[in-house]
Ligand binder design. Structure first.
Ligand SMILES: Nc1nc2c(ncn2[C@@H]2O[C@H](COP(=O)(O)OP(=O)(O)OP(=O)(O)O)[C@@H](O)[C@H]2O)c(=O)[nH]1
Ligand SMILES: [Mg+2]
Length: 321
């Protein structure tokens, strides 16, 4: 193994990442995004220490601005912060924080802040695996607070959110339709609901709607979900939100091993499902099975059994060679 040049390169890179070299981490993230098991095998054992905070919500709710404001708050409290922005529709500028257009420029000069963006395009639903590995790489590099921004509440956001210890769902007033559309999804994944843009008069209505939605849910015994208001652009409410996140992260730590176990379970199932789908679509016997099926010979169960045995037979042939 040690003679394998690819393995040796992975080992050298992993050592630099674990030593906290930011250039090495940047390179590792590019590899992790596209799946690089030789590297991840070396990094994963060093991961599992970070507080991972997921920030999701509809487009334009102010997630990036909020993330930037939270980064400032954590920096002021002496914590280093890494940010992973998944498919940012708007660039992670955060320029308007506290009215200071150069704020994010200040973050980019700050060695205590690491920001990486990743596009969801071209991942064919496999983003969760890549993002999970990227979070682990940041974690292994010693970033013990990682913010992950994702847009919306679709399946891939839920998958990415699974990686987080604390999940924030960010909403803004005046997003009435979005609120309806993402209702089901947010209730499922939120640990803290944030009504951003609280400087707007409609913020009260939105907060009340959310409280009403949560009250409906309280018939089922689940943990309480606080609704916090803030204005990312002015900084109002950011400090209480940061304190709430820190508290939730602390409370979530004992469950982290179980959560990682659960993530791996889903990740494994997801990867296997994708491999299985590819194998089925590739199966040489598929066309004849489908031809028989559409000619009315046999049923779907029979067709499934035929494809399965064709796949088993080709696996057996592969094992022999
Ligand atoms: N009035 C007001 N505007 C805000 C606030 N926070 C963010 N905005 C504005 O809302 C717009 C969208 O902010 P972003 O931070 O880009 O929102 P986002 O949710 O990251 O958007 P996507 O990444 O495109 O989904 C920007 O023009 C912000 O300046 C706030 O607290 N109050
Ligand atoms: Mg954004």
């Amino acid at each position: 193994m040690a003679d394998d040049p690819a393995q040796a390169r992975a080992a050298a890179l992993a050592a630099r990442v674990r030593a906290g070299d930011p250039a090495a981490l940047a390179r590792a993230l590019t590899l992790a995004e596209n799946g690089c098991e030789p590297l991840m095998r070396l990094l994963r054992p060093a991961a599992g220490k970070a507080d991972v905070v997921g920030v999701t919500g509809p487009p334009g709710a102010g997630k990036s601005t909020l993330v930037s404001a939270l980064v400032s708050a954590w920096r002021a409290a002496g914590r280093r912060v890494a940010v992973l922005a998944v498919d940012p529709a708007s660039p992670f500028s955060g320029g308007a924080v506290l009215g200071d257009r150069t704020r994010m420029g200040a973050h980019s000069m700050d060695k205590g802040v690491f920001v990486r963006s990743v596009s969801a395009r071209g991942h064919l639903g496999g983003l969760a695996a890549g993002a999970r590995d990227m979070i682990d790489a940041m974690d292994a590099a010693g970033w013990d607070l990682i913010l992950v921004e994702t847009v919306g509440a679709g399946q891939s956001e839920v998958e990415v959110a699974r990686a987080a210890d604390v999940r924030l769902v960010v909403l803004a007033p005046g997003l009435g339709d979005d609120l309806q559309a993402i209702k089901a999804g947010i209730l499922e994944i939120a640990d803290i609901l944030v009504v951003n843009k609280a400087d707007r008069p409609e913020a009260d209505v939105t907060a009340r709607q959310l409280d009403a939605m949560l009250a409906l849910r309280s018939a089922t015994p689940v943990r309480p979900v606080p609704v916090l208001r803030c204005a990312a652009t002015t900084g109002d409410g950011i400090e209480p939100l940061r304190a709430a996140i820190d508290g939730a992260a602390l409370a979530a730590r004992p469950d982290r091993p179980a959560r990682r176990h659960d993530q791996l379970r889903h990740l494994l199932a997801e990867i296997m499902a994708r491999q299985m789908r590819a194998a089925v679509l590739d199966c040489p016997a598929l066309d004849s099975v489908l031809a028989r099926l559409s000619a009315g010979e046999g049923d779907l169960d029979g067709a499934l059994a035929d494809v399965r045995s064709a796949l088993d037979a080709s696996a057996a042939r592969r094992d022999q060679t």
